[in-house]
Design a protein around this ligand. Structure first.
Ligand SMILES: [Zn+2]
Ligand SMILES: [Zn+2]
Length: 245
């Protein structure tokens, strides 16, 4: 059987999933933000509306780009069994399950940290990363507001990892959920975790909105995605924004 049709179907499915996921999570958290009486994004309502429209436009283009490698991953898993995604759960998986999640998140975070720093080089910033920083300050809709080049860089990591590192389908679901939720909540303009978490062990190691907001304010620090590990190691960690609520 030709592989073109299954690949095309899988790609359309993943594009649709990413678009629905975007509206559900960004929409959901934007709604929660408004419900709490918090105004995220520019204070001026005209500028805010214009920014949110741009964030949604860029995010939809990114969703199409994210759908391409994800569709390839789905087709390879579904039709050819080529990936390292597995569905049986043996005794050994009780240990590998959390390890695989931590490993995927660490590798995704490492890729993000170094490519993100690279994108801040003057030669690349305007062409690759300025779209994301046009959100000043960002809103929940900015979660996927990237230029096509930046979107492609982000879209490749997990679809590539599933060909290399074994992962249970449910562990992959956890990784994708963490990626989606943190991508949205880190931009929504307020801290959803309790102050004692953010100021304790959790906040010292895990990146939340308080950390990423500082990147959007100061540009040259706090480049990480999930963990403060690389920022601390490389001296680019400049602490947390003071908007813990
Ligand atoms: Zn950001
Ligand atoms: Zn940046």
């Amino acid at each position: 059987m030709s592989t073109t049709l299954p690949l095309a179907i899988a790609t359309l499915q993943t594009m649709a999933i990413v678009i629905v996921r975007y509206f559900a999570t960004s929409g959901g958290f934007a709604w929660w933000t408004a419900r709490r009486g918090i105004v995220a994004g520019p204070a001026d309502p005209v500028r805010r509306r214009r920014q949110v429209r741009a964030e949604i436009r860029w995010s939809l283009i990114s969703a199409v780009i994210y759908g391409l490698p994800a569709g390839l991953m789905l087709a390879a898993w579904r039709f050819e069994g080529l990936t390292r995604i597995y569905t049986d759960f043996g005794l050994g998986d009780a240990i590998w399950w959390p390890v695989s999640i931590a490993l995927y998140l660490f590798l995704h975070d490492s890729w993000f940290y170094w490519t993100h720093r690279w994108m801040h080089a003057p030669a690349l910033f305007a062409r690759v990363h300025a779209v994301h920083h046009a959100s000043k300050p960002p809103t929940a809709w900015a979660a996927m507001s990237f230029s096509p080049w930046e979107a492609l860089s982000g879209a490749l990591v997990i679809p590539l990892l599933v060909f290399l590192i074994p992962i249970h389908i449910s562990a992959l679901a956890v990784v994708l959920t963490v990626a989606t939720v943190m991508g949205v909540t880190n931009h929504m303009g307020w801290e959803m975790f309790p102050a004692r978490w953010v100021n304790g062990w959790f906040g010292r190691h895990i990146i939340t909105a308080s950390h990423h907001e500082e990147h959007h304010k100061r540009y040259t620090c706090n480049y990480g995605l999930y963990f403060r590990f690389w920022d601390k190691l490389c001296g680019t960690d400049k602490g947390l924004a003071n908007f813990t609520r």
